[in-house]
Design a protein around this ligand. Sequence first.
Ligand SMILES: [Zn+2]
Length: 364
Amino acid sequence: MQDIRGTIGRIRRLRPFDPLRQFRPLHVLRQFDPVRFVRGGGLFRTRATVWVLVLVLVGVGLNGAIARDRERLQQLRRTPAALELPAPPRPLAANGPPTLAIALSEFLQGGTVSTADYEDRPAGVPIDTIILHHTGVGSRNRATVIPESWQNDPRTSSAHFVIGRSGEVIMAIPPSATAFHILKQAAYPDPATGEPVNWINQRSLGIEFHYDPSREVPTEAAIAAGGKLIGALFNTYRDLDVRRILGHGIQTFRDNRHGRPVSEPTNLLMTQDLRLSPQFPRLLAAAASISPVVADAAAAAGGVEGLAQQIRAQTLAGRDLSLTLDHTWQAESGLPVSPLPPMEAQGQRDVIVAGSRPHRWATP
Ligand SMILES: [Zn+2]
């Protein structure tokens, strides 16, 4: 029997480790004496070693998992937006209330804008251009006389916005419609072909600064309001391109019987002798305070002065073409003229005003 018991004992010892069958951790722990265990060299051969290691590893694993869960939970609580929305293209924060007030012209307010002075935008054409003008009318006249002059004039002319000497901004045509601030369907040299084209009105927003350039420069208030308006438009109409802010152009100004080229808007974009006007960088600085897109373009150009020089160069580039332009050339677009409901115009106005909140660069 002795031999048999010894044999069974040896077989038991030789039996491979079976955790299910031998799961007795409490029993093992109760019996465990660490000093005897290490001294007796049990570290590498007893089942207790296996169980201690298993318990330690399970403990470490659980602890790590709990810590990771807690951290993840805190992250979820901290940054819900980061998980729900794609990251913004740049770190920005809008500050403060709108900086611009925009009035509707009495005709837009009353739904009576003459149908000869606007038409529907063509489908699929982006609004990517802003054209700056001067009215050529002395600013001692209120800015409201400008929409009045369009309304009562058989010629087809209008613009989206008029800016008066006190910085008042009037919307005469809502941006959703084409205004005729460069003649109707007018000839304007296509930068690519030099041919007269009729798409400048269709893809642009026209802003009239109300002053007479032969006697006046635009006021500080008008420059500040015009800049904010440009910035708010960039925040609202995402196809607008800073490289397509243009002066109306270089035109032949009849001075007695002598024609001389002048830029429009004179004294805002360029001086009488076609140098950069000191007013223009200030206009762009006001726009950059509202629009991060304009701010980016100014930064890329080395500052608002550099950007102003670029826009001057673009406006000058069309000089020869615009001087030789056939102003009698017209082509009908055939586009419909839908009514301009005052409520819709108000809605567009409100969106632009909301876009006039200044932006600052948030610290990353
Ligand atoms: Zn003009």
